[in-house]
Ligand binder design. Structure first.
Ligand SMILES: *[C@@H]1O[C@H](CO)[C@@H](O)[C@H](O)[C@H]1NC(C)=O
Length: 284
């Protein structure tokens, strides 16, 4: 009897945890609008799963209904399996696209030929200027399972995480360098899958194998908490907490150094060939 009770309790507890997990994971019907792709972006399983597909004609994508100024954003992604060269899956934040004061915080996943490793690229645009790429070789096969990719954005840091491991800490150095930090406008969250054949795989040398199309990337567990606007920041900074003041403690800094030492394949801050006049001021 006691063990039955215990079993029931465990079953109920599991259930509660699963439900809580789903609730935290949000619902794509409620959180996102399908933006591009004429039916190629599909919300499924009652809103828990989003699949994006890409073929020769078109890619696909969604954008969040809400806008955020600072916040924490998590997405679980299972990348395009098999031959994925030339495909680019994304999870990013963007101010209204293409203005001269455009801000953007990017995760981009560059596919590869079958069996070859994926590259994860991060980038930060502020006031229309990007060119701040870092690239890592994924240290696991991101096509076999869902993994969690997170962006924490607050007034002093933009932190990128893969399964809770920090992979980049982009800091606000505006006061000392004059390089603008994205902090003036709200952004929406986007997830897209598009054709990057012209540049993504070895600068366009490796072409997409369109006989394998459609390519499909799967997304779930979207969670976002952030301020809605600049008026909202003072209140939400006080109440919402953790991410607003988040930075890397010494343990997290050590993990970041480990990742960068073992997996980084490109860092714009080390690219003296690209910046012959001197590295960008925020790199120093
Ligand atoms: C694809 O794999 C090759 C060989 O391992 C590697 O050199 C290249 O950088 C990879 N490309 C991308 C886009 O990850």
């Amino acid at each position: 009897m006691a063990s039955n009770l215990k079993r029931t309790f465990v079953a109920v507890l599991c259930c509660v945890l699963v439900v809580a997990g789903v609730a935290r994971g949000g619902n794509f019907y409620q959180d996102m609008d399908v933006k591009d792709g004429g039916g190629r972006a599909k919300i499924q399983n009652g809103g828990n799963l989003l699949t994006l597909s890409l073929d020769r004609e078109s890619g696909s994508g969604v954008q969040s209904k809400k806008q955020y100024l600072f916040g924490r954003f998590d997405m679980q992604i299972k990348l395009v399996p098999g031959s994925s060269a030339g495909t680019v899956a994304t999870f990013y934040l963007s101010s209204p696209p293409q203005g001269p004061h455009h801000d953007e915080i990017d995760f981009e996943f560059l596919g590869n030929v079958s069996g070859q490793p994926y590259t994860v690229q991060t980038n930060v645009f502020s006031q229309g200027q990007g060119n701040r790429e870092q690239q890592l070789r994924m240290w696991f096969d991101p096509t076999l399972d869902f993994h969690t990719y997170s962006i924490v954005w607050n007034p002093t840091h933009i932190l990128f995480y893969v399964d809770g491991t920090p992979i980049r800490d982009y800091q606000n150095r505006e006061a000392t360098t004059g390089v603008p930090f994205p902090a003036r406008q709200a952004m929406r969250v986007y997830a897209t899958l598009w054709n990057g054949e012209a540049w993504a795989t070895e600068r366009g040398r490796v072409k997409t194998d369109w006989s394998r199309a459609p390519f499909v990337a799967s997304y779930m567990g979207f969670a976002a908490s952030g301020c809605a606007s600049s008026q909202d920041v003072p209140t939400c900074a006080r109440s919402d907490g953790a991410w607003m003041h988040q930075e890397l403690d010494t343990t997290a800094q050590a993990r970041l150094r480990w990742v960068q030492k073992n997996s980084m394949i490109y860092n714009y801050c080390a690219d003296t060939w690209r910046f012959p006049q001197g590295l960008p001021p925020e790199c120093k």
